[in-house]
Design a protein around this ligand. Sequence first.
Ligand SMILES: Nc1ncnc2c1ncn2[C@@H]1O[C@H](COP(=O)(O)OP(=O)(O)OP(=O)(O)O)[C@@H](O)[C@H]1O
Ligand SMILES: [Mg+2]
Length: 491
Amino acid sequence: MARILCLDDDDAVRAMLVRLVEREGHDAVGACHAPAAFQILEGGDIDLVLADYQLPGMSGLEFLETLARQRACPPVIMVTAHGTIDHAIAAVRAGAADYLLKPFDTVELLHRIAACLENARVRRELDALRQEVAEQRAERGAEHRMLGKSAVLARVRDIIAAAAASRSTVLIDGESGTGKELVARAVHAQSDRCDKPFIRLNCAALPEGLVESALFGHEKGAFTGAIRRVEGAFERADGGTLLLDEISEMRVDLQAKLLRILQEREFERVGGTSSIKVDVRIIATTNRSLTEEIERNAFRRDLYYRLNVVPVTVPPLRDRVEDIPVLAYHFASRVAAECGKRIEAISADAFELLQRHPWPGNVRELQHVIERAVVLAEGPVLHAGAFDTLRDDRVESIAGWIGARPAARAAANSPTVLSAAIMVPSLNLADAEKALIERALRDAANNRTQAAALLGIAVRTLRKKLNASTEGLESLPASAPVRGPARLSRA
Ligand SMILES: Nc1ncnc2c1ncn2[C@@H]1O[C@H](COP(=O)(O)OP(=O)(O)OP(=O)(O)O)[C@@H](O)[C@H]1O
Ligand SMILES: [Mg+2]
């Protein structure tokens, strides 16, 4: 049952249309000129308009054009005189759902009306579904919302939205803990691939010897231990998004293979012969400057160009201190809820402290600092005392020392460096070196190569330092040469 507006200046024709429509069980309302029709349409419950092309004053075409500019307009069937097919064409161009040439057959008219109403119903359903999907997407996107009030972060959010609407490759760079993975997840969540997989591949931790299999999968029997066919990251991400996390850590020989897939979107499983085609959006992250890596021949220039389609730089937290309050509250309320505590406020002196800290570990470091403060809090307010570790003179002096030197400041991206700084027992530089080495070895699970990389020295140098004494670290000579802060950066 629909409500149909019959617009015709000819009383007899209008009455006939009303009668016909009513006989079909619809509700009909007549109008003899365009202004009267607009008045009725303002009521908002008209499902279809039957309009005559020849009208006094405003023509049927002008009526249609005006109506089409309105937000919600019902479908219009334009009735034109015999021999005026160009009028009919003009009407359809102006947005008419259909047209009918006079004299028309009543069966034909009723058939057109039924078809138009059905089309409108399908369109309404489609719009409702679209709306629902958009709402669901926004909800899912909210899970990965980049919180913060700074203008620089607002710009990052804009790029996320624009990138989500495309299928372009996104290259995210930023210091450690700035939120690169969050950006990648937000792009996926806001895209039309959000129902498909999001696969994260940590390029820094690909198992040696199994790297190709991790990327491309392998066939049963491809190598010893390949007891069944396994899909690689590219295949698992088909239809969705593949995050190549820490791409700068990928071996150069693999970079060539990766480049080939990115170009051809086609590959073979290890031990396989047939090529597999995939539809994958690539997002890559790096916390090193890829252009610098290119300079030292550690990264392929052609791969860089292939990845750097939509670049996103997530700024360090110290360059957007306006974001600290909202982030601090967000983390505090989350942790408080998790541990059943009530945190009502963070005091002004606490914020002062938080906003002065250089945050080498960025948002992740802030998250941990807040978590610790909430867990240890005894009342509902977090005062500056809860962040005493940030106040520590030694930390400040080291942070200042790092902050003063751009190269070292970049090297301080890793929270490890700050943690190590916290562990420094005194201002004696030899003690500091010893503490840094101990910390690096602990973080690298005693793997000397990794520890040396963390320290920014050659593994040979580390070995020498460790061997300098029969008692190892315990007796590093007090006069051991002290490295300048710039040497903290990775080799
Ligand atoms: N703007 C933000 N709003 C809310 N949470 C954030 C924001 N930025 C980062 N985070 C949170 O901080 C943590 C670190 O973020 P993420 O893992 O995305 O950083 P990253 O740059 O990938 O770090 P890394 O280089 O160490 O891998 C995550 O728990 C993330 O959810
Ligand atoms: Mg990350």
